[in-house]
Design a protein around this ligand. Structure first.
Ligand code: HEM
Ligand code: HEM
Ligand code: FE2
Length: 468
């Protein structure tokens, strides 16, 4: 195994730990909705949410980096250039994440001055890390991009997947610089902040997961490189063609010129197309192999990714992307429903499929099976669909009663809080969240015990062979 692959496994393991931590804070955050006085003045909702969604971003970023360190040396059949530096930065990043989470939990907030920006929180939703930690993240991402590019140069060949990957890493790393806020005008500030949040999840991350899934399909079901790469080009062209101007669906109500209604509405309405293409692609490759793969868990998570991306991102996003609808749905639980389903479908499921693929490959491609992965697959997905369904009911209730009928007044907002549909949905979200958390526990158990179970299987087989 290459050193880069060992580093990839470490990244994947660390990302899974952060996944577990973000679930705990998601559960905490959902308790305030049913018990508003929960932990009053000790640990606020906003802090729980900050840890939850920043954990989300770091979990997935580390998962992507791990996946690429896993596949890259196999693609070039050589060690990754600059791997020593990457190994050091891995530990620096882990230590930084631990310190930032501790500061979020124990310090929470500070005065409105530069010191707080440097050491507590930069205040940009999803990328709230204090300035020093944001610098660590930028450096790690920069070195990672260097690793990929330098390895490609040293190998003197570029495959289609790696070319797309390199073209994508540059904007991905540059857009993160948006996490450092400089503007005091709120409209302008939001205008640029969306360049990070929207362009990451609906353009650069989509391309990145496209590359990772392309490799996964080749390794998992032996999909042909020619077919996979052709699909990748089509998907990338569509993602960039719709996603870049689709940015306009966040410019409806923040004080930007009126032409964004037309541009944002039109281009973002086309955004489901590439996601539909990804399903056709995955199902095509799966069908070629008659839905058979030695590594069933990785295979099922790959299909979950394709469908989850389309449903959570494409369909749930489409529902509220036209300005005529967004006028009522904007910023309700409907948005949270889409945010959960899309991140889970597009990125969470993809990272889990790579986890299973890498674990099997690292152990000589032994067959992975058993009951645990099926339970975790079911509980995680049913839990997530349940949460999203509950949030959708709550969000539609808000859109109708608080926005359309109530006229978005403060009074309408307050009376909304007492509506049974809203409150019952908040309970349902908590219960399905608990199911999701149990699914994660089984997933962790399965991943940790795979090596032990395989050893036991090998001993059993050897004894049986000796006895016969
Ligand atoms: C046990 C599981 C989970 C629970 C109970 C949970 C709960 C919550 C809660 C209560 C919020 C705050 C919503 C608000 O501001 O009103 C939130 C935000 C968020 N969560 Fe989760 N979450 C869970 C898992 C996840 C997972 C697995 C993902 C992604 C894969 C995720 C992605 C998000 C996102 C993107 C937001 C921000 C949404 C927004 O502000 O519009 N969560 N979550
Ligand atoms: C898989 C990719 C996607 C992810 C991970 C994602 C995630 C998110 C998240 C987390 C938010 C909430 C942002 C916030 O206010 O904090 C959001 C908002 C939004 N997304 Fe997506 N999204 C994806 C794809 C799409 C697509 C394809 C569309 C349209 C077809 C779309 C339409 C929207 C709209 C209109 C909003 C604004 C909702 C509002 O007004 O409150 N999204 N998305
Ligand atoms: Fe967007």
């Amino acid at each position: 195994m290459y050193r880069a692959q060992r580093l990839g496994l470490k990244y994947l393991a660390a990302s899974t730990v952060i996944f577990g931590a973000m679930i705990i804070f998601g559960l905490l955050a959902s308790i305030y909705y049913v018990r508003p006085g929960f932990l009053l003045n000790t640990f606020n909702f906003s802090t729980a949410k900050i840890v939850h969604i920043n954990g989300l971003v770091i979990w997935l970023l580390m998962g992507f980096i791990g996946a690429i360190y896993w596949f890259l040396p196999q693609e070039f059949e050589r060690e990754v250039v600059g791997i020593g530096l990457a190994e050091v930065l891995f530990w620096v990043l882990c230590a930084s994440v631990a310190v930032v989470i501790a500061v979020f939990i124990f310090v929470q907030y500070g005065a409105a001055n530069e010191w707080s920006m440097w050491f507590i929180n930069q205040g940009r939703k999803y990328v709230e890390a204090p300035r020093w930690a944001a610098i660590v993240i930028s450096v790690t991402a920069g070195v990672f991009a260097y690793n990929v590019i330098a390895t490609c140069v040293a190998a003197r060949k570029a495959t289609g997947v790696v070319t797309v990957l390199i073209a994508d890493l540059v904007p991905l790393v540059v857009l993160y610089l948006d996490a450092f806020p400089e503007i005091s005008n709120m409209s302008q500030d939001l205008f640029w902040w969306w360049w990070l949040v929207h362009l990451w999840v609906e353009a650069t991350w989509e391309v990145l997961i496209g590359c990772i899934m392309a490799w996964t399909l080749m390794h998992l079901v032996g999909a042909s490189r020619r077919v996979v790469e052709s699909w990748l080009y089509v998907e990338v062209a569509l993602v960039l063609g719709t996603g870049i101007l689709g940015l306009g669906h966040h410019y409806f109500w923040i004080g930007t010129p009126r032409y964004w209604f037309a541009i944002g509405g039109f281009f973002s309405a086309l955004e489901p197309l590439p996601l539909l293409g990804m399903i056709v692609h995955a199902v095509y490759d799966a069908g070629e192999r008659h839905l058979q793969a030695a590594n069933r868990p990785a295979f099922y998570w790959t299909l979950a990714e394709a469908f989850g991306n389309f449903l959570g991102g494409g369909v749930w996003g489409f529902m509220m992307t036209l300005p005529q609808i967004n006028l009522y749905s904007h910023g309700t639980q409907w948005t949270a429903s889409h945010g959960h389903f899309a991140f889970w479908g597009a990125y969470g499921c993809g990272v889990i499929s790579v986890l299973y693929l890498a674990i099997a490959q690292s152990r000589g491609n032994q067959r992975l099976d058993g009951a645990a992965w099926k339970w975790s697959f079911a509980m995680l997905n049913v839990g997530m669909v349940g949460m999203t369904g509950a949030l959708l009911v709550a969000g539609i209730d808000q859109a109708f009663y608080e926005r359309a009928i109530g006229g978005s007044t403060w009074n309408a907002y307050l009376s909304m809080q007492g509506r049974p549909w809203f409150n019952e949905s908040m309970w349902a979200r908590l219960l399905f969240g608990l199911m999701f958390a149990c699914g994660f526990a089984v997933l962790a158990y399965d991943l940790i015990t795979i090596p032990k179970r395989q050893q036991a299987d090998a001993v059993e087989e050897a004894t049986a062979a000796a006895g016969s």
